[in-house]
Design a protein around this ligand. Structure first.
Ligand code: GLN
Length: 446
């Protein structure tokens, strides 16, 4: 009730929720109360949570931020939603997001932009901007997000919260609406690494319904939080500290690094030579996969359907033209182009090769260091509207986060000293399945 009251009072200024599930939340809270009194509580009994509106929720609308799915009610829960509910979490509602998770500012949502709680004239980042703003404004203690190229870490940075994108395959993608299947990963947005650890403990793990989920033991993330950091080797990629990074953000990151040295860590300059290619590679691979994934929205089986179609082609064309916004259409067109006969080798295949080189850079780096640190985003939260008409400027927001997705590695963003009263995020990248270490490193700092 406390959180529902806050949402009602404060969300009209933020627009961080698309759907508030007040009735089912209160019913779940009553069941949690009962379980607590009966002494049979689960690990998350009674903990309120909000889900990004990309996760299917049985009986509660799932829009993916799109007009295309404005009327879509899934008949089942995503695995991640199901696991958290089974652990006792209480779902408050569904958070706003960029349409089909394509964006870095939450301005492409069919339901309107989300406003940053620290300055409501500014963006919260994206695409998980609703989850980030809701956690930052204390409209929920924790929320789920997804990260294809930075969509958990960048909004976490711009809203001053903690976000973790686990290793590709660590959390199930079943029931999570697909954008770019080889990059998409579910994760947690929370007030602290400790809170994120409690949630990830329940969210992670193998799912036979997702063929890319990994069948590896999930360690206890909470257990590892307090490990000592003496001897921790931190790699600083020189490519992440060059031109394009706001000098005041660089100073804030430096200050955080000094704190890690005080905690016993050592700093090492490293190089990720192919990382400058990650944005162009991503904008071939992600649109290619999205053009294939979004082919299912055809106006026939579910989602938006145009009025009075003349024939099948008219039904497809108008349903998709009306249902998808400009950014989604741009990505589908780019993706269809790079996959088409004659261009496949020149664009898609070449991008896949460079993707391997980017992953190799990280593998070499992790022979020398335990974690990699740098900025999450080149700027603090920018004013609403400034990058909206310039897709390339918008795409450059993810310059430090995308390489991690291309390699499939886990990454995190934690708040460090603000600049001009606006939050700044420090990014921590780990080796495959090293989430426990990321959370430990973040927790000792916090
Ligand atoms: N901002 C990037 C994009 O627009 C990443 C989005 C994401 O991680 N979902 O594709």
């Amino acid at each position: 009730q406390h959180y529902l009251d806050r949402i009602q009072r404060l969300d009209p200024q933020l627009n961080s929720f698309i759907t508030v599930a007040a009735e089912s939340a209160l019913a779940a809270a009553a069941r949690a109360d009962h379980a607590l009194k009966a002494g049979d509580a689960g690990p998350l009994t009674g903990i309120p949570i909000a889900h990004k509106d990309i996760f299917c929720t049985a009986g509660v609308k799932t829009t993916c931020g799109s007009k295309m799915l404005d009327n879509f009610i899934a008949p089942y829960d995503a695995t991640v939603v199901e696991k958290l509910a089974a652990a006792g979490a209480v779902m408050l509602g569904k958070t706003n997001m960029d349409e089909f998770a394509m964006g870095s500012s939450n301005e492409t949502s069919f339901y309107g932009a989300v406003h940053n709680p620290w300055d409501t004239q500014r963006v919260p980042g994206g695409s998980s901007g609703g989850s980030a703003a809701a956690v930052a404004a204390r409209l929920c203690p924790v929320a789920t997000g997804t990260d294809t190229g930075g969509s958990i870490r960048q909004p976490a940075a711009l809203c001053g919260i903690t976000g973790i994108k686990p290793t590709y395959g660590r959390c199930s993608r079943w029931g999570m609406i697909a954008f770019a299947s080889s990059l998409d990963q579910a994760g947690v947005m929370a007030r602290s690494a400790a809170d994120a650890a409690f949630i990830l403990d329940e969210m992670a793990g193998f799912d036979e319904r997702d063929s890319t989920s990994v069948n590896e033991l999930v360690p206890d993330y909470v257990d590892a939080l307090d490990n000592d950091l003496h001897g921790l080797r931190i790699g600083l990629p020189k490519e992440y500290f060059g031109a394009g990074l706001d000098a005041r953000i660089a100073a804030s990151i430096d200050e955080a690094l000094k704190e890690f040295q005080r905690l016993g860590a050592t700093l090492h300059e490293i190089s990720l030579p192919n990382s400058p290619l990650s944005v162009p590679v991503y904008y071939v691979v992600a649109p290619a996969e999205c053009s294939s994934n979004l082919a299912r929205f055809d106006g026939v089986r579910y989602g938006h359907r145009c009025d009075n179609p003349q024939d099948l082609k008219d039904l497809y064309c108008r349903s998709r033209a009306e249902g998808f916004g400009a950014e989604v259409q741009r990505r589908i067109l780019i993706g269809t182009y790079v996959l088409s006969a004659g261009y496949y080798d020149a664009y898609y295949l070449k991008a896949q090769r460079i993707r391997h080189l980017i992953a190799d850079d990280f593998n070499r780096a992790f022979e020398q260091v335990d974690v990699i640190m740098g900025p999450t985003s080149p700027t603090t939260a920018f004013p609403l509207g400034v990058n909206y008409d310039d897709p390339v400027a918008m795409y450059l927001n993810d310059i430090y986060t995308i390489a991690t997705n291309l390699a499939g590695l886990p990454g995190m963003s934690i708040p460090v000293a603000p600049v001009d009263s606006l939050p700044v995020g420090l990014q921590i990248i780990g080796n495959y399945f090293d989430e426990a270490r990321l959370l430990n490193v973040a927790h000792r700092f916090q």
